[in-house]
Design a protein around this ligand. Structure first.
Ligand code: ADP
Ligand code: MG
Length: 248
């Protein structure tokens, strides 16, 4: 479904990503791990069509189609979603109105009333308060609320593929549980998930039985394995694993 070949991204004169190869099929769960600064967020932004990361080398194909010419919102319409970590600030527009607008734009079939109904149902399921929905986009949302909002958007849009860049960073235990529940729910429903994360409490809550784990180093994936590899990272740290696999 997603196929990345020889991806290269240059910034400030040097390569941040180089010769990166990665592919993900339908309903698969991929966990991407790596030291700070190894290029994980750059990969996520490039896949999502972030305007500052449009100028890449190599190829990114989504459903057999090169997506270099598709902007972020067009990729979203095709079913490739990355959490809007920094939703646009729209004065006077509250979260519910924003979500309604996004859904109206993406899915013209449903009427506004139905969309609002769906938002209310999913909101309740996720334990969001009506009060939060009434808040302005970006107005004083805490880190945890922002991450939960990302998952709420994913639940509403049900994308083909969802890329999550450290959804567990800076969130409390309750949010963590909610986030992992939503990831498991989406995965079970057939969404392909690319989860960038540090090993820790989040991965303990995620079903890694059929997951592929990829380890990043200096802008590329140097080794991949099954769910156990995530546990190995926790035990040994990246450096020892890289030494053992000759990935240095
Ligand atoms: P990670 O998410 O794995 O911590 P990043 O993808 O954020 O890593 O960053 C990888 C490297 O690329 C870092 O050294 C970072 O400073 C650099 N980098 C990322 N974006 C840019 C940019 N727009 N301009 C210059 N350097 C960048
Ligand atoms: Mg990062």
């Amino acid at each position: 479904m997603l196929e990345v070949k020889d991806l290269g991204v240059k910034k400030g004169g040097g390569y941040i990503l180089q010769n990166l190869n990665f592919s993900a099929g339908k309903s698969e769960l991929h966990v991407v791990m790596g030291p700070n600064g190894s290029g994980k967020s750059t990969l996520a932004r490039t896949l999502a069509g972030h305007p500052e990361y449009n100028d890449y080398e190599g190829s990114i194909k989504f459903r057999d189609r090169e997506i270099s010419d598709l902007k972020a919102d067009e990729r979203l319409r095709e079913g490739l979603m990355m959490g809007f970590q920094h939703p646009p600030r729209i004065n006077g527009v509250n979260i519910k109105r924003f979500l309604t607008r996004v859904l109206e734009k993406l899915d013209g079939v449903e009427g506004t009333e139905k969309i609002e109904e769906r938002i209310e149902i999913v909101t309740k399921e996720l334990g969001f308060s009506e009060d939060l929905l009434a808040r302005n986009i970006n107005a004083g949302l805490s880190g945890g609320e922002r991450k939960r909002l990302e998952l709420l958007q994913a639940r509403l849009l049900e994308p083909e593929i969802l890329i999550l860049d450290e959804p567990d960073s800076g969130v409390d235990v309750d949010s963590l549980e909610l986030i992992s529940d939503q990831i498991n729910w989406l995965h079970e429903r057939g969404t392909t998930i690319v989860l960038i994360t540090h090993y820790g409490s989040l991965l303990e809550e995620i079903d890694l039985e059929d997951a592929r784990v990829h380890l990043f180093r200096d802008g590329k994936i140097v080794t991949s394995g099954e769910g156990d590899l995530a546990r190995e990272v926790e035990e040994k740290g990246f450096n020892r694993i890289y030494e053992e696999c000759g990935c240095n």
